[in-house]
Design a protein. Sequence first.
Length: 97
Amino acid sequence: MSEEQLVAEQVVAVETHRVVTVRISQHLVEDFWRVDVTGGNGCGSGRVSATVSPGDSFLMNLIEGATSGEPVAWRHLAEWGLHSFNGMSGMPVPRFA
């Protein structure tokens, strides 16, 4: 991630006693965004990361909302991360290093 630039970061409380850190970065040369969600506690803890191309998937809409300062977008990104930690989404979670 050395060529990626941190665009925004926020600590988000999603449930009672659950806090995660959501980081949004951008790679200008290769034209992609990355969302990292870390933290949580108990079985709902860990790290999930996804790369997103501009205009691609629901995550890009959330990234745009979060970087515009929309609290609900930050919360949805945090919840996406927690569901991914728990494996509750029912779908494979893309994980990129």
